[in-house]
Design a protein around this ligand. Sequence first.
Ligand SMILES: [Zn+2]
Length: 106
Amino acid sequence: MSVPVEVRAPIGADQTAIVWSDGTTSEIPNELMRGYCPCAGCQGHSGQVRFRAGGNPTIDSIAEVGSYALSFQWGDGHDSGIYTFDFLKRLGDIAKTGGARGALSR
Ligand SMILES: [Zn+2]
């Protein structure tokens, strides 16, 4: 599994760059990440994660969760989404292909 070796989320930027241990980089618009917040509050308890528009996409802080995920605190204080590395990689792939907003598995 790839793990992040560097996360770049400059204040004021509208996307986050994650450099992975396999040498690839994911550039993910913050709005896309916020819309795909995988927490139960945003998604309910269905198995799939769908894009939900309307959340505040400003990143206030980023924390590592164990050694498998990141969590983000968004501009409106929301911070319950656990973004696994694999999930973030798939968000990077969605961003690369133009941001088609289908459902993702967690
Ligand atoms: Zn959420």
